[in-house]
Ligand binder design. Structure first.
Ligand code: KPL
Length: 296
């Protein structure tokens, strides 16, 4: 049975580790320098039904990259390349699966690892770190994977163990389109909630109605330019539904900014700005500058 190595021991990475382990899949966690210093042999996982379980973390270090059979990358977008570049001994036939927020990283990974099967994915599971090695699964979601390069196409069989563990996992030959759909949601909710220091649900307060609509229109126009066919009305429905479903959450960008960590703004709003070309995107640009000014 293939071992899953998860790079990125954040809330979602640990949740995937716990869910795969519960289905008796071999899992190891590839530890960063920081996690290595504060390493704990087990993490406490709080499931959706509130049951607590200790999950053995099976650490793996960058120097042990030669043994990696399947690499699931769940770091922040800006950490992906530096972390992968540390894995000098990664075998050329090991599939790399990118499952981070934002876009624009896969192209660089494809250049840096031209021989590896490369896949990308999106997931809508929710998770929260409640302590350094304590993670709460806050919402069950969907997970989609698809190929980034031709070699990635041969790895659709990875869905089965993922679907068993996560409850849902599906294959898409057009994973970029699904990434665009997620990016569009993040490009509206994340910078607005981060700049205004609010929970996602507060975006439904009347004072945010204008800015929310204008930003949604800008983001939608850019994604239409990129070939996406969702109408503005459909996008607004989907956006408002995510805001409602995650009303009590602080977005990941809000959390990053509040904790003084770098944000994924370059891979979310930055990606939209980069592809806007001559389209007017004043709200997007203003929020990008504001997040940068606040340290993100
Ligand atoms: O993905 C998210 C994030 O915070 O990054 C949303 C959907 C906005 C939920 O908070």
């Amino acid at each position: 049975m293939r071992e899953w190595t998860i790079l990125g021991a954040g809330a979602l990475g640990c949740t995937f580790a716990a869910l795969l382990t519960a289905k008796h899949r071999p899992v190891s966690l590839l530890l960063s320098e920081r996690h290595r210093r504060h390493f704990h042999p087990a993490l406490e996982f709080i499931a959706l039904n509130e049951r607590r379980r200790l999950v053995s973390t099976h650490p793996r270090h960058a120097e042990q990259a030669t043994g990696i059979e399947c690499l699931l990358v769940m770091t922040k977008a800006y950490q992906v390349l530096p972390a992968l570049n540390n894995l000098r001994g990664l075998p050329a036939d090991t599939p790399i699966i990118l499952l981070h927020n934002g876009m624009g990283v896969a192209e660089a990974v494809a250049r840096a690892f031209p021989h590896n099967p490369l896949l990308a994915g999106v997931t809508s599971h929710g998770a929260l770190k409640e302590g350094p090695w304590q993670v709460r699964h806050t919402g069950k979601g969907e997970t989609w994977l698809g190929p980034v390069n031709d070699k990635g196409r041969a790895f659709a069989h990875l869905l089965k163990p993922l679907a068993d563990a996560l409850g849902h996992a599906e294959w898409s030959e057009d994973i970029v389109s699904l990434q665009h759909r997620k990016l569009a949601i993040n490009a509206v909710i994340n910078p607005l909630t981060a700049c205004h220091h609010i929970r996602n649900g507060q975006l439904h307060e009347p004072r945010f109605a204008d800015v929310l609509n204008q930003l949604a229109e800008e983001v939608h126009a850019v994604l239409t330019r990129l070939g996406e066919t969702e109408t503005l009305a459909q996008f607004l429905r989907r956006l408002n539904s995510v805001i409602g479903l995650t009303a009590t959450n602080y977005s990941s960008m809000h959390q990053d900014l509040a904790h003084g960590r770098p944000t994924e703004i370059d891979y979310i709003t930055g990606y939209v700005l980069k592809h806007a070309e001559d389209l007017p995107v004043p709200v997007c640009r203003q929020l990008y500058n504001e997040v940068k000014k606040q340290g993100g």
